[in-house]
Design a protein around this ligand. Sequence first.
Ligand code: ZN
Length: 237
Amino acid sequence: MNILIYNEGVHDKEEWMKQIYPEGIHGALKQALDFDGNNITVTTLEDVEKVVTEDLLDKTDVMLWWGHCAHGQVPDCVVDMVHRAVLKGMGFIALHSAHLSKPFTRILGTSCTLKWRDDDRERLWVTAPSHPIAQGLPEHFELPREEMYGEYFDIPKPDDIVFMGWFAGGELFRSGCTFTRGYGKIFYFQPGHEQFPTYYDKNIVRILKNAVKWAAPMVRREQIGCPNSKPAEAGKD
Ligand code: ZN
């Protein structure tokens, strides 16, 4: 598979974060997805405009997106290209605070706002045990420290809710949700706050691997007449 990882890479430069993710969040994601000879490209806010091209996206099976404090700095031309690629069939995985990223809110079409609180304990429950993203996981597992994300999460009705998160403070959250837009499959996954080593957890790694396999395209087609199509491509299959 050809996998593209975007991590905005802003917090990653700070000393406190190097203690948790010495290679950045993108480094941990790359390590998690380094299986079956996957070809992995990494980009951060600094070079996203150079790295992400129509050509690269046409060859990308699944794109992962982690962002937090610099959503507004992502160029709209990149968001347009990513949106178009998803409609054509590219899988898209939005991680943690990417719920407010430009491509995710564009693809889903709602505000994607939620409640949040620092530092809690989370128990993730598998709520769709037959879903490919839940394969090989226990009925539930815990993350000793994770940021609380709570309902109401303003998303369109998901195709499947694969995981529900319960927090020690009492909140519930739809932590793992799937959607379909055009020919593309989308997975939103809540864990992954930058202050905790969530992306090294063995169950989380399992979910990321399952998710990229699930989200890889079965079909890729231009969306004819899609309002987001490039004018030159409109009408071309
Ligand atoms: Zn966070």
